[in-house]
Ligand binder design. Structure first.
Ligand SMILES: [Zn+2]
Length: 345
C-alpha cells in the first residue's frame, strides 16, 4: 500500500480514530492532539464515521475552563463479530459487539448435523445486525461452510489475547493452553505469537505421538491423552482426580522448563480447561519447574489465566475485531514503518 496517496492516508486516519476510541471516548481536540492529525481532518473523519453509524456522541468533556467538547465513542451497536469455539465434543458460538463484549452465547453438542446446527445458531444470534467477521478457534482442521470473512486461531492465541485485554500488555510470557490439546504462544511486543511446535517438546520417555515422535508433551499430558489413559469420561471428572493430575504435572513441568529457557520467558500463564486445577497443584508444578531451571531462574512464576472458560471466546472476539473492524495489523505495520523512518532518538 502506498501510504502517501490521499485516499490511503484518509483510510489510515479513520482507522487511527477508531482505534483510539476503542480504548476510550475522546473529543475532537483530544483526538487531534493524540494522533497528530489536524483539527479540520479530525472533524471530517468524525463526521463521516458518525454518519456511517460507526461512532456516536457520548457526552461532554470534563473541563474546568473553556467550552467542553463533545465526546465521541465507538457505537457498540455498529455491528457484530462471531467467535466459534470448536472443542472435542461440543461447539459454542458467541456474538460480541464492536467493543468485544460478549452479548450472547450458545453451546451445542457436536453431532453429525454440525454444519446445520452451527448455521442455525449463528442465524439466531446474529438477528439483523451486520456481521463483520468470524474467528474460529479449533485445533482440528474442520472445513466450515460459512459465508462471512473468517480467520482461524489456535486456542493459546485466543486465550492469551483475552488475558492481555484484561491485564494490559504483559511482559515476556509463555502462554500454555491446556485443554483437550496443548498449544502455546509467546507474548511479543504485546501480541501473542503462536508456537506450533510447543506440543511436540519431548517431555517424557514414553508415549507415541501422532507426529511420529516419542514422549511429546501433547501426546503424554494433553486432556485427550489423559482421558484415554485414565478412562475419565470428561475433563470435568478428570479435574477431580488429583492423583492423575499430579502425574500429568511431571511432563508438563519438563515442557515448561524447556520452553521457558529457550524463549527466555519471564513468566508462564496456563489457560484452558485444565488451568482450573487447584492452588496446591499449581504449587507442586511451580516446585517441579523451579527444580528444573537454573538456580538464578528459580523465581519464575506460573500464573493461572483469569478469564477461565470464557477466555477462548473473549480472545477470539478481540482478534476478529482487530482483523475485520479495526484493521489493527495495518496500523501496526504503519507504526513499524514510521518508527524506522523517524530520526534516531
Ligand atoms: Zn509430537
Amino acid at each position: 500500500m502506498d501510504f502517501s496517496r490521499p485516499e490511503n492516508a484518509r483510510r489510515i486516519n479513520r482507522l487511527k480514530v477508531l482505534s483510539a476510541l476503542r480504548k476510550k471516548p475522546a473529543s475532537k481536540a483530544e483526538l487531534a492532539a493524540m494522533l497528530q492529525i489536524n483539527k479540520v481532518s479530525i472533524g471530517e473523519i468524525c463526521e463521516s464515521l458518525r454518519s456511517e453509524g460507526l461512532i456516536e456522541e457520548s457526552g461532554k468533556e470534563m473541563r474546568s475552563q473553556g467550552r467542553p467538547g463533545v465526546l465521541f465513542s465507538i457505537n457498540s451497536k455498529a455491528g457484530r463479530v462471531f467467535s466459534i469455539i470448536i472443542s472435542e465434543k461440543a461447539a459454542s458460538v458467541a456474538v460480541s459487539d464492536t467493543l468485544g463484549r460478549i452479548l450472547r452465547f450458545e453451546r451445542f453438542p457436536k453431532a453429525p448435523s454440525f454444519s446445520e446446527d452451527l448455521r442455525r445458531v449463528m442465524a439466531k444470534l446474529a438477528g439483523n445486525a451486520r456481521i463483520y467477521g468470524i474467528a474460529i478457534v479449533s485445533d482440528e482442521d474442520i472445513q466450515l461452510d460459512i459465508d462471512a470473512p473468517s480467520i482461524r486461531i489456535p486456542f493459546s492465541v485466543a486465550e492469551a489475547s483475552a488475558e492481555m485485554a484484561r491485564s494490559g500488555p504483559l511482559g515476556s510470557f509463555l502462554f500454555i493452553s491446556w485443554g483437550y490439546s496443548i498449544t502455546a504462544s509467546f507474548s511479543f511486543q504485546g501480541t501473542p505469537v503462536f508456537l506450533p511446535e510447543f506440543g511436540h517438546i519431548r517431555a517424557s520417555r514414553e508415549g507415541r505421538c501422532g507426529c511420529g515422535g516419542k514422549g511429546c508433551l501433547d501426546a503424554v499430558t494433553s486432556g485427550r491423552a489423559l482421558l484415554a489413559r485414565t478412562g475419565h469420561p470428561s475433563l470435568k471428572s478428570l479435574m477431580q482426580d488429583k492423583a492423575a493430575l499430579r502425574d500429568a504435572l511431571q511432563p508438563m513441568a519438563a515442557g515448561i522448563a524447556q520452553g521457558v529457557q529457550a524463549l527466555s520467558a519471564e513468566s508462564v500463564m496456563i489457560t484452558g480447561a485444565m488451568s482450573q486445577m487447584d492452588d496446591a497443584l499449581y504449587a507442586y508444578l511451580q516446585n517441579l519447574v523451579s527444580s528444573l531451571l537454573p538456580p538464578r531462574r528459580s523465581g519464575m512464576v506460573i500464573y493461572r489465566g483469569a478469564a477461565g472458560e470464557n477466555g477462548a471466546a473473549e480472545g477470539a472476539a478481540i482478534l476478529a475485531l482487530d482483523t475485520f473492524f479495526y484493521d489493527s495489523a495495518l496500523l501496526a505495520k504503519l507504526e513499524a514503518i514510521e518508527s524506522l523512518s523517524s530520526p534516531a532518538l
